[in-house]
Write a protein that binds this ligand. Sequence first.
Ligand code: 13P
Ligand code: 13P
Ligand code: MG
Ligand code: MG
Length: 366
Amino acid sequence: MADKITLSVIKADVGGLVGHTSVHPDMMEAARQRLGKVKTKGGLSDFHVTRCGDDMELIMTHGEGPDNEKIHKLAWDLFVECTEIAKSLKLYGAGQDLLKDAFSGTIKGMGPGVAEIEFQERKSDPVIVFMADKTSPGAWNLPLFQIFANPFNTAGLIIDPTMHEGFRFKVVDVFENRSIEFSCPEDLYDLLMFIGAPRRFMIHEIYRKDGEIAACASTQKLSLIAGKYVGKDDPVVIVRCQSGFPAVGEALEPFAFPHIVEGWMRGSHNGPLMPVSFEQANPSRFDGPPRVIAAGFQVADGQLVGPRDLFDDPAFDEARKKANEIANYLRAHGPFEPHRLGLEDLEYTTMPKLMDKLAARFQREA
Ligand code: 13P
Ligand code: 13P
Ligand code: MG
Ligand code: MG
């Protein structure tokens, strides 16, 4: 049997052009050059560099397995190099997501987001990498539930005998640094109780009942690493498709509903997640609204055949229109909740300082 292949998606915001809207082409080029050299030397099977808003994504295939030091260091060094370019051009938030000074074994916990899966290539292996900007990892909870647990979304849960058993969901509690597994459909309601609170409970991995990995999402929370607001942890998720997994169209379907996610303007507002083509992944209105792109690949002997720009489809026009309507509606709330995030979410921003400043002016009410 052929060796297993690892698909690693590692991402970071290391500087925006202009503000937080996009990535400079020189940074993209530097990333491609560096990964190209490593591929030539046999250190990578293949790679694709892309971006969603101001977040740069490295999509890499290799035989080293997940959590590999060499691969993580490659990504870290590349982000450091791109930070230097960003600094030289005085791009906004240069090095924003690089929260630690020195690399030590794994990129996890250092700021960048990571999603990795290892699998035996099938006869044909379609995967989708979803990438978002101006939101946070909990944004995937709703679509992942739809894709892997809701038969009204995913006909395969009923029709495909290999999916009929359902899937296992690994959910992390990012506040307590622990995780729990739910098996669906048995634990459906328990699962929903947790993932319906996406700022704390995030779906990290999904497995088929035979143990095969089906999806993996980045769940790094920057504010919990840094202890203060440092930009949003714009997330990625890998979803495997077809033949025992959801069809490509089943994986895309939930995004026809632009659900409300956190992370818009200063990471402090709720807004609709708008599915867009690669070219339209430039959140500018009020630094948003939040965006998601979908890059489809066929993995063939470790090569990434693609990408196909899967939201580049007029069938998603209505979702974009709806997202704009929701954006108008929410924006009209200005600084009021629920457009602005709840107080718990502002604990890393202005609120504690303001409280301190005004402490003496508070009067005890009878
Ligand atoms: P094919 O018969 O082309 O594989 O399509 C099956 C499917 O999953 C379509 O959604
Ligand atoms: P990013 O997390 O994408 O850098 O956005 C930060 C922000 O403050 C946007 O208003
Ligand atoms: Mg930014
Ligand atoms: Mg971003």
